[in-house]
Design a protein around this ligand. Structure first.
Ligand code: ASP
Length: 504
């Protein structure tokens, strides 16, 4: 019997069923090789579900897919959902070292690889289905009109495991049940105001929640997603133009790339109406330049963690208000700011950001200790909550201001500060394309890395004009190319290695 609050909610493939029923001929998903309507996406998802069930793969089984992000992967996501199978997408760039840990942790029943990844997957985990061969079978099943006999999937069943990357610690998988994924996707679609005539240009892989949820959000809003993960950097703007992109999710490094391309062709820009940012703070200078190049565009600040998908969103209509704020909690959720003893602090005071609501995931897969640290209960009410390990404050109207991770915050010369504000000041210097600050340690003083053609002394002088003396770094290293994680965030560990290891 289905009971209890966790059994309420929607199923991921239920969202596709509704879209395919209501707008079967509307464009659903496009990639470099073509496009499908909602009817076609639905049919392929049915055929893939059938393919899985023929192989005896069913509810609760993990299927690991190390594949490029394209239409087929979107259909496989919905197809896995139909069978109650847990979809485990891995970034094709993930290397053996992490892959081994992931396979040990996920214990998959089936593996699917592409031409670039099947070899290393097979070395680690045994037989791998090659996507091209598999797809020929799926095509055949679809041509025969194969439908899938529905399995009794529950909203509290796990839809996907998202492995978080970017650190050298063992990768952790965030457990994402259907109820949480569908709740967060609906809340986000509303908060951002996605429209049926939108074309959402997604540069991010489905192995990252930022990319994966876009597939669900466009389905909810009956809009079209362009999966552009594999596109060449240089062609991105042209591709946005060709596809008529109206909404473009960014991270700071991708926003800088768009700016560089747009500056070269200012008269021929795509019809973007909204850029949305998450993952890392968008420097004010980048926001200003996007607004100048794309007149009337909204640049929406957000804050989230895979562990609760998204936590706050700035209402798009208020994108120029409250500089520095990263928005309001998702509708139907709350944000608490707690001190070290777990007590709420007054508005304006900094404490740990804690998210409460139906978007909070149940924890990490097969990792009880780390789960217990982050996923807890609100004292008094017993509601599930996520201790983010991030610091921030709420203003009197409930808008969140992000200060940084616990590790980003430090004291120097008696002042409390965050690497983020130092990076923000560096990004404000004309000619600085990327910046990463490292807090002082016993090995080195406060250091700033920049990607730029400027001399280190010039960067430090410029920083001194923007920051209080205690916050001006002692060391500046100029890099020709900035190390980024697979998701376009600053690769801090690599920066630290440059400093403490062999030197830049
Ligand atoms: N989950 C975050 C978001 O979508 C992205 C991240 O984890 O960096 O806001």
């Amino acid at each position: 019997m289905i009971s209890g609050p966790s059994a309420q909610g929607e199923l991921v493939h239920g969202l596709l069923d509704a879209a395919a029923r209501e707008v079967p001929d509307a464009p659903a998903v496009r990639d470099a090789t073509g496009a499908w309507t909602y009817r076609q996406l639905d049919h392929y998802s049915q055929a893939f579900a059938r393919w899985l069930s023929i192989r005896g793969i069913g509810r609760g089984d993990r299927v690991v897919l190390q594949l490029p992000t394209n239409r087929k992967l979107a259909a496989m996501f919905y197809g896995a959902s139909r069978c109650g199978v847990i979809f485990v997408p891995l970034n094709p760039a993930m290397k053996t070292f992490h892959l081994r840990q992931v396979i040990d942790n996920a214990e998959p029943k089936l593996l699917i690889g592409g031409t670039a990844t099947a070899g290393q997957l097979a070395d680690i985990a045994g037989p791998v289905h090659l996507q091209d061969e598999l797809w020929a079978e799926v095509e055949e099943l679809r041509a025969r009109g194969a439908r899938f006999e529905p399995e009794p999937v529950r909203p509290d069943d796990v839809a996907t495991l998202i492995y978080t990357s970017g650190s050298t610690a063992a990768p952790k998988a965030v457990i994402c049940p259907h109820a949480q994924v569908t709740f967060a996707s609906r809340a986000l679609t509303d908060a951002l105001g996605y429209r049926a005539d939108d074309v959402v240009f997604c540069r991010f892989p489905m192995s990252w929640d930022y990319g994966l949820y876009k597939v669900v959000m466009t389905c909810i809003s009956r809009s079209e997603i362009v999966l552009a993960d594999g596109e060449s950097d240089l062609l991105l703007l042209r591709r946005m133009r060709e596809t008529g992109a109206t909404v473009v999710p960014v991270v700071p490094s991708f926003a800088s790339m768009i700016i560089n391309l747009a500056r070269r062709a200012p008269a021929d820009l795509p019809p973007v109406r909204m850029f949305t940012n998450t993952g890392a703070a968008l420097p004010q200078a980048t926001t200003d330049t996007l607004r100048k190049l794309f007149p009337g565009v909204r640049v929406v600040r957000q804050y989230g963690q895979t562990e609760a998908k998204r936590i706050t969103v700035m209402p798009p209509a208020e994108d120029r208000e409250r500089p520095g704020a990263v928005g309001l909690p998702l509708p139907g959720t709350r944000v608490l700011i707690l001190d070290d003893e777990g007590r709420p602090v007054p508005a304006g005071q900094v404490g740990e950001i804690v998210a409460v609501g139906p978007h909070v995931m149940p924890g990490y897969w097969n990792s009880h200790e780390v789960t217990a640290k982050a996923f807890r209960q609100v004292e008094g009410t017993g509601e599930a909550c996520l201790h983010t390990g991030d610091y921030g404050s709420l203003d009197v109207d409930g808008y969140l201001y992000f200060e940084g991770r616990r590790d980003d915050m430090f004291k120097r010369k008696g002042f409390r500060m965050s690497t983020l504000e130092i990076e923000g000041a560096a990004m404000d210097i004309p000619g600085v394309r990327a910046a990463g600050a490292l807090a002082p340690t016993s090995n080195h003083d406060l250091t700033i890395f920049v990607e730029s053609d400027l001399e280190p002394s010039v960067v430090l002088k410029e920083l001194a004009q923007r920051l209080e003396p205690a916050k001006v770094p002692a060391i500046c290293r100029v890099l020709a190319e900035f190390p980024l994680t697979q998701h376009g965030k600053n690769a801090r560990q690599e920066l630290a290695l440059l400093l403490d290891g062999s030197g830049a």
